[in-house]
Design a protein around this ligand. Structure first.
Ligand code: GAR
Length: 215
């Protein structure tokens, strides 16, 4: 098995990054986390990556005059580490069409909502405001449009009376940590393939599971 060399791009605490690093420790995991790249020198996730003995690199967006310049520097760092695939994990910079095209089909993101609902920021607050009773998270391929792109996997959680942004975020992040490694595994072992702008799956799965909210 050739393990795909994956870079995780972060901007903050890196809890999804940790879940990917831990999953990739399994001998049969079809990807290796070869680099953690942060656009913020103070991202807490950098220390967690170093503790896990993963190569780290900072490409500070503030040190680059333009978005293009910043992305060229990221691209060069990715090339230096022979990266084949990118996982965005709480990476809070909007990417240009150039970078997205360069990594088309080779870059995925995790978003804290059931896309296409609640693209952008403050997803938990907006879910509460809208009164949805099911919320969740999505892993998707990255396309130029923000938080769009073919969906690889989703996980749903109930929204319950008395929920706050914090309590809902806490419920969703638990599922993010399960979903992201699962999605990366499916992509790297060929179970989920991008074909003509859609994700095709090489196996069927159980259609009987339901989430009733309220139950
Ligand atoms: C996660 O909830 C992730 O889904 C979200 O940021 C958080 C990062 O947490 N990403 C986005 O909102 C991207 N649009 P983490 O640094 O602990 O993984």
């Amino acid at each position: 098995m050739t393990r795909r060399r994956v870079a995780i791009l972060i901007s903050g605490r890196g809890s999804n990054m940790v879940s990917l690093i831990e999953a990739a420790r399994a001998p049969d995991f079809p990807a290796e986390i070869a680099l953690v790249l942060s656009n913020r020198p103070d991202a807490a996730g950098l220390d967690r990556a170093r503790e896990a003995r993963i190569a780290t690199c900072v490409v500070d967006h503030k040190a680059h005059p333009t978005r293009e310049d910043f992305e060229q520097a990221m691209d060069a760092a990715l090339a230096t580490h022979h990266i084949a695939f990118i996982c965005l994990a709480g990476f809070m910079r909007v990417l240009t069409d150039w970078f997205v095209a360069r990594w088309a089909g080779r870059m995925v993101n995790i978003h804290p909502s059931l896309l296409p609902l609640f693209r952008g920021t403050q997803t938990h607050r907006r879910a509460l405001e809208e009164g949805v009773l099911v919320h969740g998270c999505t892993v998707h391929f990255v396309v130029p449009e923000l938080d769009a792109g073919p969906i690889i996997a989703q996980a749903a959680v109930p929204v319950v009376p008395g929920d706050t942004e914090e309590s809902l975020a806490a419920r969703v992040i638990v599922q993010e940590h399960v979903l992201y490694p699962h999605a990366l595994r499916m992509i790297c072992d060929g179970t989920a393939r991008l074909e003509n702008g859609r994700v095709e799956f090489a196996r069927p799965w159980d259609a009987s599971g339901t989430l009733h909210s309220p139950r």
